[in-house]
Design a protein around this ligand. Structure first.
Ligand SMILES: Nc1ncnc2c1ncn2[C@@H]1O[C@H](COP(=O)(O)OP(=O)(O)O[C@H]2O[C@H](CO)[C@@H](O)[C@H](O)[C@H]2O)[C@@H](O)[C@H]1O
Length: 482
């Protein structure tokens, strides 16, 4: 079976968040099930070095954003081989800045054309194929790829089948109706049951309406987005699709994220050598200027600093965390006000709170390796990957009961502790008080090394790889093709 993945990010080549991890790891996992999945991506500057190694397999004269060519390249990351299909259109993608915004932090004003072009190129290659390779399924990820199923539907053909995955429903790609003609979308589909969302064109809604199947990245989030609290205005669209909406939990790349073999850690450790984790703690403390002789638990945050992640509430609980004897390592970048809060916390609590504002993949491994617990107080979380990395590294997740966090973290309540399956701490409200109460439970557990280590072992033994989840995608693809 052939699958064309269409996305705006793919680790390790271009990443702003968890979408990239999934798109980078899922094809390799699908390959082990006999699926040939290829990833179509915009050719951003970080991908230019790959171009000379590739071959041009298609060219387009009239995408919404002008001309472009498609270059196929076998790209190998440290851990896996991937076949990438790069949409090389310099007028759209050869820009300084980030995938979605310029150096000034503002969204590129032509994002509808940039990602409309990606989607249209993807739809066009489905029929002619690429040197004998034709997709049976087109799998679009998030709003940036969401018009691909629509362009396919506009042709009236029924193959390939289309899957639309929601990684984050908060980002919808919403533009005024004036962009409709330049995107080549059917005007008679611009209505409330089609492309239109409160007078605008919504890329994500369009994908949700016209894809053959919709998935999101955890079973719990698949239920949550049917409600006004989590659906971000799209709950009605999704309620109409409950028969064709599935939650498939994300996995992680357990080769790239392996504490027994991670070049970012000063010493390897595994479930039998938990004590060796202390070398990572020392290295992390040294890097962030934290006291190295501190006895209490070292918490960490690794996150985009945005409203979604509930970190304003966490920041308000930092004095309590410090008073109770904790330390905190923060790695993040995002909203300036949140960056300032954590920088201030580091100044207020020298030796106890260390903040690194920036994006650093290698350092994120050391933070996972060195911390005792990872704090994830998200207001909503479709799946969450950092708690999965935390489990794998014996860094116990302390999470809000939402989305995929609730699906993956087993709270240290009496029953779970007795059954030796507790692997973290779960709290209900994203408030400084509830976070402080959860921290108190962490401090109590940490004071009992036997119990803490039992939890670390339970965490590290939890299967978090892609094996099972990739199988779920294969079953879904097969059911669509029947
Ligand atoms: N400053 C920094 N430096 C280095 N690495 C950093 C970093 N900040 C974040 N990261 C990394 O970025 C990724 C974030 O992934 P998440 O799944 O936790 O959230 P995100 O909201 O981006 O993803 C969305 O998509 C994913 C994938 O489906 C869903 O799991 C999630 O719930 C949804 O919100 C992780 O790999 C993390 O280590």
């Amino acid at each position: 079976m052939n699958v064309l993945m269409v996305a705006s990010e793919c680790a390790p080549f271009v990443k702003t968040g968890g979408l990239a991890d999934v798109v980078g790891a899922l094809p390799g996992a699908l390959a082990r099930h006999g699926v040939d999945a290829r990833v179509m991506l915009p050719c951003y500057p970080s991908l230019f070095p790959l171009l000379p190694k590739g071959v041009e397999v298609a060219s387009f004269g009239d995408l919404p954003g002008g001309s472009g060519r498609l270059v196929m390249v076998e790209a190998s990351s440290e851990t896996a081989g991937l076949t990438l299909l790069l949409l090389d259109a310099p007028q759209l993608f050869d820009r300084a800045g980030k995938p979605y915004n310029g150096p000034d932090g503002q969204d590129w004003p032509d994002n509808h054309r940039r990602f409309g072009s990606l989607a249209q190129a993807a739809a066009r290659i489905c029929f002619d194929g690429l040197e004998g390779w034709k997709p049976d399924v087109l799998h679009a990820h998030d709003w940036q790829a969401a018009l691909a199923p629509v362009y396919l539907k506009q042709t009236g053909r029924t193959v390939p089948k289309t899957v639309m995955t929601i990684h984050n429903i908060a980002f919808q790609g919403r533009y005024g109706p004036q962009v409709m003609p330049e995107l080549g979308l059917r005007h008679d589909w611009f209505h409330a049951d089609g492309l239109e969302f409160y007078g605008d064109l919504s890329f994500l809604k369009a994908g949700l309406v016209y894809a053959d199947h919709v998935t999101t990245v955890s079973p719990n989030y698949a239920r949550e987005i049917l409600t006004p609290r989590f659906g971000m205005g799209l709950e009605g669209v999704l309620q109409a699709r409950t028969e064709t909406l599935t939650g498939i939990l994300n996995g992680i790349d357990t080769t790239a994220w392996d504490p027994s073999n991670d070049p970012a850690l000063p010493a390897p450790y595994d479930v039998k050598t938990l004590k060796a984790k202390s070398a990572s703690r020392l290295a992390l403390a040294g890097k962030l200027g934290l006291d190295t002789d501190h006895a209490g638990p070292l918490f960490c945050v690794i996150s985009r600093l945005t409203e979604q992640k509930g970190l304003d509430a966490l920041a308000a609980a930092i004095p309590h965390l410090v008073d109770q004897g904790g330390q905190l390592a923060v790695l993040g970048t995002g909203e300036p006000a949140l960056e300032a809060l954590f920088q201030q916390a580091a100044q207020d609590h020298p030796g106890r709170v260390g903040t690194f504002i920036g994006y650093d993949e290698g350092f994120s491994h050391l933070v996972q390796g060195g911390a005792d617990a990872i704090l994830i107080p998200s207001r909503f979380e479709p799946c969450g990957l950092t708690q999965l990395y935390g489990l794998r590294y014996g860094t116990l997740p302390v999470v809000a009961r939402t989305g995929g966090l609730a699906d993956t973290v087993i709270d240290a309540n009496a029953a779970a502790l007795a059954a030796k399956c507790a692997n973290g701490f779960v709290f209900d409200e994203v408030t400084p008080e509830a976070i402080s109460a959860a921290l108190d439970r962490v401090f109590a557990a940490y004071a009992d090394p036997k119990q803490w280590q039992a939890m670390m072992r339970a965490a590290m033994r939890q299967p978090v790889g892609w094996e099972e989840q990739a199988g779920a995608y294969v079953s879904l693809y097969e059911s669509l093709l029947q």
